[in-house]
Design a protein around this ligand. Structure first.
Ligand code: F6R
Length: 610
């Protein structure tokens, strides 16, 4: 989603703001802007386009300001254009704001302000909020009071920072539903929508909670609710360093993150997988251990790639723990009037921990009395804070918009959870040990696939100009087929569909001809023979088959146009290996097509609006 940066301290603000915006670019954006105090007023520069284009506009200016705000926008209200870019100002142009989220009652507020004679210069809801704050400031003569009064009347979501030419010694930040993190330096504060913009300046941070605001000056910080009740900030140490948010020699973040997976797999297991004992330790679930022991049903929810991880989790938990599992899109769950009771356990899966639909599902499930757990990457994020308990996946910052390493780390935690729940029930230590020991071998097996990525590159180049792709898989690899198709469409813009292989003859087979590449996941497991039959059906219709198969499979080459070999593992664990070639296939196809892999069109890293 959009990116926010704010600074107050002793350094020149402009370079820091531009650097912060560059760090936030991965979240997806179409325009950018900054505002700093200058002379007796504000200097504002904003435009549609890239942060580099904005930097070229302002780089040569000698702006001595030591505070300011900046924004990268991903259009929701109004097309991407110079006038719709943030910061937006009030009527006097002395108050500027940057805002993430949506002001739902902007139309009513705007009509009221227009009746009072105010005019507007953009199509955005943010300008309405800026003008509203300015109107209240005229009335009260007190900036903090004006911000609080405006925010109490606003419906919707916001993460915002306010700057005023009349008060060049204070920044005001506030949040409802859209993250704001504040870094504490020596006599300085950095405000951002995401810790990646802060980590090179300080590791000491706190997150605002909903309806909380911070008043930041060079000498200190005060936090309170929007209703003026003092609060106390909970300080956190950021666990990642600058290296994790830089490309480290790879041409794209996505490729770097694909290659990090043997390590992030291990990071998600560390201290949790007690292979020798055949046991699992999940400290984050200790407080709900008894509830988990009694659990009669689990509901897993999430969006996009996280929803695919949930589908794999369903197979694993049902198989190893014999607990019925339902998987539901968070966006459907929240509006469906779900039947839930205090015996139910809802598990929200989210890389960012900020996805609006998943957060709303968490709140809905809590309201109905369920125990709600989180499987989250971003420490301190909204879902991590609002769930009763949970497990972090520890994948480190994921910058590429298309999720890769977070997916495999979500899978690790879901497998650990399945083993943990299984061990509470009938799963023997010997059975758990067999899986745990094989999990320890997986990072090396993942590495061996990545080392052979050259052959995947050449297959991707051969099919990069296809119009459509079909992905088929069975059992635990059916969700991997969905994930492979999602990766392909989101970064290469090739239309791709994922199906359970046996469903092909119920419709999609009509699409197959010599122009249709079909990716089939065919590890040697109990459904292998059936998948071979599907391959024959495709060959008979001259479809081009790219098979993901075991490297010791002597037969597969006879059935497929191309074979991407993967090492053998336990059938249940194959998703950790089968997904890697699919990520690489999508990556190389997108690069071949000249697509912007790390920032695909229309997509944002974290979807904090509905
Ligand atoms: C796809 C992708 C998205 C996210 C989805 C949920 O590559 O990244 O489909 O998985 O937007 O995001 P999180 O996991 O942050 O809740």
């Amino acid at each position: 989603m959009c990116g926010i940066i704010g600074y107050i301290g002793h350094r020149r603000a402009l370079p820091l703001l531009l650097n912060g915006l560059k760090r936030l670019e991965y979240r997806g954006y179409d325009s950018a802007g900054i505002a700093v105090p200058h002379g007796h007023g504000l200097y504002i520069a904003k435009r549609a386009g890239t942060v580099a284009q904005l930097a070229a506009m302002v780089d040569s200016l000698d702006l001595p300001a030591t505070m300011g705000i900046g924004h990268t926008r991903w259009a929701t209200h109004g097309e991407p254009s110079d006038r719709n870019a943030h910061p937006h100002t009030d009527a006097s142009r002395r108050i500027a704001i940057v805002h993430n989220g949506i002001i739902e009652n902007y139309a009513t507020l705007k009509a009221k302000l227009q009746q009072d004679g105010y005019t507007f210069h953009s199509d955005t809801d943010t300008e309405v909020l800026a003008v509203f704050i300015g109107a209240l400031y005229e009335q009260y003569g007190d900036l903090e009071l004006a911000v609080r009064a405006a925010l109490s009347e606003v419906r919707g979501t916001f993460g915002l920072v306010v700057l005023s030419a009349d008060h060049p010694d204070i920044l005001i930040a506030a949040r409802r539903g859209s993250p704001i993190v504040i870094g504490i330096g020596d006599g300085e504060y950095i405000v951002a929508s995401d810790a990646t913009a802060i980590v090179e300046y300080t590791r000491s941070v706190f997150y605002l909670t909903d309806d909380e605001m911070a008043l930041l000056t060079r000498s200190g910080c005060q936090t309170k609710t929007i209703d003026d009740i003092p609060t106390s900030a909970q300080l956190l140490e950021l666990e990642f360093d600058l290296e994790r948010i830089e490309k480290g020699g790879f041409p794209h973040f996505m490729l770097k993150e694909i290659h990090e997976q043997p390590q992030t797999f291990w990071d998600a297991c560390r201290g949790r997988l007690l292979a020798l004992e055949g046991n699992i330790k999940l400290g984050g679930l200790r407080s709900v251990e008894d509830t988990l022991r009694r659990a009669r049903r689990l509901i897993l929810t999430g969006c996009g790639t996280s929803w695919h991880a949930a589908l794999v989790g369903e197979y694993w938990i049902e198989e190893l723990a014999r607990i019925p599992v339902e998987v539901e899109y968070a966006s459907e769950f929240r509006y469906r009037n779900p039947v839930l009771s205090s015996d139910d356990i809802v598990i929200a899966i989210s890389q960012s921990g900020e996805t609006a639909d998943t957060l709303a599902a968490v709140r809905e499930a809590k309201l109905r009395g369920a125990t709600v757990l989180g499987i989250v990457n971003v420490v301190g994020s909204s879902i991590a804070r609002e769930t009763h308990a949970g497990v972090y996946i520890h994948a480190g910052p994921e910058i590429g918009v298309a999720s890769t390493k977070a997916f495999t780390s979500q899978l690790v935690v879901l497998m650990l959870l399945a083993l943990y729940l299984g061990r509470m029930r009938h799963l023997s230590a010997t059975q758990a040990r067999e899986i745990a020991e094989e999990m320890l071998r997986l990072p090396d097996k993942m590495r061996s696939i990545l080392e052979r990525s050259q052959s995947i590159h050449s297959i991707a180049c051969q099919y990069a100009h296809a119009q459509h792709f079909l992905y088929l898989g069975r059992g635990v690899n059916f969700p991997i087929a969905l994930e492979g198709a999602l990766k392909m469409k989101e970064i290469s813009y090739i239309h791709a569909e994922g199906y359970p292989a046996a469903e092909m003859k119920h419709g999609p087979i009509a699409l197959i001809d010599e122009n249709m590449p079909v990716v089939i996941i065919a590890p040697r497991d109990e459904l292998y023979e059936k998948v071979l039959s599907n391959m024959e059906e495709i060959r008979a219709r001259r479809g081009q088959i790219i098979a993901i198969a075991n490297d010791n499979d002597p037969d597969i080459a006879r059935h497929a146009t191309h074979v991407i070999p993967i090492p053998e593992t336990l059938p249940l664990l194959t998703p950790f290996l089968t997904v890697l070639p699919l990520q690489l296939l999508a990556y190389y196809a997108a690069v071949e097509r000249g697509c912007n892999v790390d920032m695909p069109r229309h997509l944002a890293k974290s979807v904090t609006v509905e």
